[in-house]
Design a protein around this ligand. Sequence first.
Ligand code: C5P
Length: 237
Amino acid sequence: MIAKPTGTAARLIAAIDTGDLARAEALAASLAGRCGLLKVGLELFCAAGPPAVDAVARHAPVFLDVKLHDIPNTVAGAIRSLLPLRPAMVTLHAAGGAAMIAAARAEAERAGAERPLLLAVTVLTSIDAATLAATGVAALPSDQVLRLARLAVAAGADGLVCSPQEVALLRAALGPAVALVVPGVRPAGSVSDDQARTATPAEAVAAGADWIVLGRPITAAPDPAATAAAIAATLPP
Ligand code: C5P
């Protein structure tokens, strides 16, 4: 299992969000050594599949953000299929329930000490209170996040993907061991793109993030490697 990061660059996860495998490989090569991990998300995985993970993994450990959500037997099968790719982290939806998460964990254990961290997604940050209510969940989003986070960790998740707004709440509620991976961060002074509620990388780490995920601020920069290094330099030691 990947250890919690020591040092600043190790905290960075750059999201390689492209459907173009050649561009993904070029980005991964340029960012090798500047980030702790590289994220392969649904855009790249749906376009290029397992070879994309292999290509990116030649440069850095992979955060495979596939957000699995299905019946326990199917999610266990998906984990079994992903293990040969040796991802360092895999995501799944906490809303799939305790049995689904436990099945994923049991399957992941088959990889022994090399198993991926299982990170649960609680309430997507694109979901506000009204959208949550329309799905039949009357709770406040923050209450639902905490409920699902506790459920996921109790069922065997190693950590959570959460927004900068949730990181202090989850760290306080769940303690120091749980892994918190935080997207939706923006360097001071940069454009927010479509991220509505952002924090700076340093703020997210100060609030309790172990790793922070950045996509466009790094990948759309003229010099992604230099930009990643500059962001790492803003982090607390
Ligand atoms: O380009 P940007 O920095 O906004 O990319 C952030 C990455 O984190 C994207 O890959 C996006 O899918 C992911 N993400 C997010 N917000 C979440 C969960 C994941 O931005 N709540």
